[in-house]
Design a protein around this ligand. Structure first.
Ligand code: ZN
Length: 287
């Protein structure tokens, strides 16, 4: 018990950092665990603006910050350079914050290129220009991350037209030998998003397992991105058996994991629900 490889999103309990930090701290003490925190994108500004207070608070609670979720509505794949610049600036700020808090990983949404394979087929779209834009952004972010010693893990999204992580990773792998900064550019596998948009999680792990340095774990029924707690054993989406996918991800070496669940209700109800998801990971061999 106590391995430091599972974090809880700071937005887990009623989207409130204070309540989440308290619940994680109580769980750690009661169960002898060492769960860390992922600073949710909605809390990045707040934590940065009050960095010393938060450092002190996390210290007192014995909470390590393992990862930071960069602001999420940016589009690093946009044809509009001003939007790309804004996204790069905010991503670099999140990297600075990770560096200051000693977090290993920054999670980044690569954006939207609107050439999802299903759309390409349906509408005869062949222009893949935006993948190149996304890739240029990845290279820029990676070189900043390398300077700061932080890993940037680009996340698969659930929206139609989201930048395709497999094609992006193929470019990263192609150029890594000539651009060592790209070893700082890796992947976050969001299992819930994959369940909505994915093809086959086992083949993704087989092909890109070494690139997956971080996961976002949450549950949905294959339709809406519910960010529900872990629990049901099967799903209707691309992940045919959630439990075995979670077990497989838990076996990846050197991969960290965030419970990216959204809980609502009284503090006690949410804390109990959080504990059930942690127990689920414990049963799946995570600790
Ligand atoms: Zn996610």
């Amino acid at each position: 018990m106590g391995r430091y490889n599972v974090y809880v999103s700071s937005g887990a309990v009623n989207k409130a950092l204070e309540e989440t930090a308290r619940a994680v701290n109580e769980l750690n003490e009661r169960k002898g665990l060492h769960l860390g925190l992922e600073i949710s994108s909605v809390h990045v500004d707040e934590v940065r603006d009050h960095i010393n207070e938060y450092k002190e608070q996390f210290d007192e609670q014995g909470l390590d910050v393992g990862s930071i979720h960069a602001p999420m509505w940016n589009n690093l794949s946009s044809e509009d350079q001003t939007l790309v610049d804004k996204g790069l600036r905010e991503t670099h700020e999140a990297i600075d914050l990770a560096n200051e808090l000693g977090a290993r990983t920054v999670i980044v949404h690569p954006g939207y290129e609107f050439c999802d394979p299903e759309w390409e087929e349906a509408f005869g779209i062949t222009d893949r220009g935006r993948l190149d834009i996304a890739y240029r952004s990845v290279c820029e972010v990676a070189s900043y991350a390398a300077e700061k010693g932080v890993i940037v893990a680009f996340e698969n999204l659930n929206f139609i037209g989201s930048t395709d992580m497999e094609r992006l990773l193929a470019l990263v792998e192609r150029d890594r030998s000539t651009n060592p900064d790209l070893s700082y550019a890796r992947m976050t596998l969001d299992l819930g998003h994959f369940n909505i948009r994915g093809r086959n999680v086992e083949s993704l792990i087989e092909r890109y397992g070494e690139e997956i340095v971080h996961t976002h774990l949450h549950y949905n029924d294959g339709d809406t991105d519910a960010h529900a707690p872990l629990g049901p054993e099967t799903s209707h989406g691309a992940v045919k058996d959630y439990r075995s996918a979670i077990e497989e991800l838990g076996r990846l070496p050197d991969t960290t994991h965030t419970l990216e669940i959204h809980l609502k209700g009284s503090y006690d109800e949410c804390a109990e629900e959080l504990e059930r998801s942690v127990d689920y990971l414990n049963d799946a061999g995570y600790f």
